[in-house]
Design a binder for this molecule. Structure first.
Ligand code: F6P
Length: 292
């Protein structure tokens, strides 16, 4: 599809994709890489700009190793790519989750229940950390720090003692310290990732059992990935786009555009994808100050 003015008019406030592309693993498909090369050649495409997270950009890196001229753009709600301070999509997801938590406070003021809000983020707790802090959560549970269910129940009870309902924000990848609770194993996708989701329900049952208080779960799921992007994400995506085109013109392939402070820089796709950027202990400790 030639991306002329008519084709891209009106996409600024839209989320998702006008191309209809989605995360898929061509390396797992026989002859997948050759088909990509043939299609690029047939379409007269000089360079490929891959926009996505660790999976998409991991494939982009492998395509570059196999001779495809690729530049990456970091886009994922998970914010878990190394080399960039932020990925676009993250701020939108955080704002949607924060608004949901704000709305849960209304129920929290009148009902005596523990309210659990499960957010996405895969193996990184960024969305939970930011939305939980912004939304004034009673406790935030992230994959980087296995939680102690006894401690969580103490926080829950202390919040009840202040005549308010506890709001617990749990990342889909969060898990208890080994052996504390039975968890379900999900199916694997084509990148070998387990399909996450469901920890909120498990947690609710456990809190009810241990505290005798009713616990309810809200799973935000794909709501967090849809709809109109925030101004921050629109500006970031636009700047990434400009810089990605510059990288192509400069012939700087195998790189990803990245945000460092307020500047856009280029980093190697290998640096961006070899290790996940997870929440550092010090950031979690800041949030912990407000638990209970
Ligand atoms: O990587 C982005 C993400 O939204 C994760 O937060 C989530 O675990 C996953 O994708 C969900 O993917 P799918 O819609 O394919 O189940």
């Amino acid at each position: 599809m030639p991306l002329d003015i008519q084709a891209v008019r009106g996409i600024l406030p839209r989320g998702g994709t006008i191309l209809g592309s989605s995360r898929t693993n061509p390396i797992k498909i026989e002859g997948g890489v050759d088909r990509i090369k043939d299609n690029l050649a047939a379409g007269g495409v000089d360079a490929l700009i891959a926009i996505g997270g660790e999976d998409t950009l991991g494939v982009a890196r492998q395509l570059f190793d196999r001779g495809v001229r690729v530049v990456g753009v970091p886009k994922t709600i998970d914010n878990d790519l190394s080399g960039t301070d932020y990925t676009f999509g993250f701020d939108t997801a955080v704002n949607i989750a924060t608004e949901a938590i704000d709305r849960l406070h209304t129920t929290a003021e009148s009902h005596h229940r523990a309210l659990i809000c499960e957010v996405m983020g895969r193996h990184a707790g960024w969305i939970a950390l930011h939305a939980g802090m912004a939304g004034g959560a009673n406790v935030i549970l992230i994959p980087e720090k296995p939680f102690d269910i006894d401690r969580v129940c103490e926080y829950v009870e202390s919040r009840f003692r202040t005549r308010y309902s506890p709001i617990i924000v749990v990342a889909e990848g969060a898990h208890p310290v080994e052996g504390q609770m039975a968890l379900q194993a999900g199916e694997l996708d084509s990148f070998g990732h387990v399909r996450l989701g469901g920890i909120g329900e498990v947690l609710a049952k456990e809190i009810e059992k241990r505290t005798g208080k009713e616990a309810r779960t809200t799973v935000l799921g794909h709501i967090q990935r849809g709809g109109t992007p925030t101004a921050f994400d629109r500006v970031l995506a636009t700047r990434f786009g400009l810089q990605a085109i510059d990288a192509v013109h400069a012939g700087d392939f195998g790189t990803m555009v990245a945000l460092r402070g307020t500047d856009i820089v280029r980093v190697g796709l290998d640096e961006a994808t070899s290790e996940l950027k997870t929440v550092p202990v010090s950031r979690y400790e800041e949030a912990e100050v407000f638990f209970g």
